[in-house]
Design a protein around this ligand. Sequence first.
Ligand SMILES: [Fe+2]
Length: 216
Amino acid sequence: MPVHTLACADLVDDRLVASYEDLPADGYLDGDHVYRYRAFGETLLASGEPHWRLGGPFFQSKRLNSRAGGIDRTFAPLAEPAREFARALALRAQGQGIAPRGELLLGCHQIRVVATDAFAGLPTPEGFHQDGFAQVLIACIARHNDSGAVTSVRRLGAASELLYEGSLAAGDALLLVDPLVEHYVSPLTPRRPGRAHRDVVVVTLAPLSAREGRNA
Ligand SMILES: [Fe+2]
């Protein structure tokens, strides 16, 4: 199956939840309104002390991301709680046999999407898309006063074949075999008047051989 669910509530601690309050705005949004905040880092998933490259650059092709692809994007450096969570989640996926064993390139995006009464929050403004990696883990860390944000995963080339549709609760995660599927998350709005947010960690995994090709 190209989609798996896994639980991660036990990997979420107060430090990780609190660290979302410090995320700066995503500087690559269309227009002036800020609805997304994020940080980024990448490392080698291997035994021993991890060495992180923090902040980027992060590159996606124009084909994969028509809105923000084709350029090197630089983000805030990923803080320690998210770094620890990303490694633990990836190791869990390996332990469950749904991610390949051995050394992998791990990328981690920590993302908050906010919504207000005037503006919906857009988790995936590019619509259905692929991230461009071997596996992608989407973990929901927290939700506050939001509704919407329904995740849909469909088989690539078979738009009618919906493999997953659901609203991830805090502590839920999905693993996608990214080359086989496309994913989309619908806009979120406040459930009650006021501000809402949805906090996620997206972990990308790729074989070491992808290191040269990815930034080409
Ligand atoms: Fe994505």
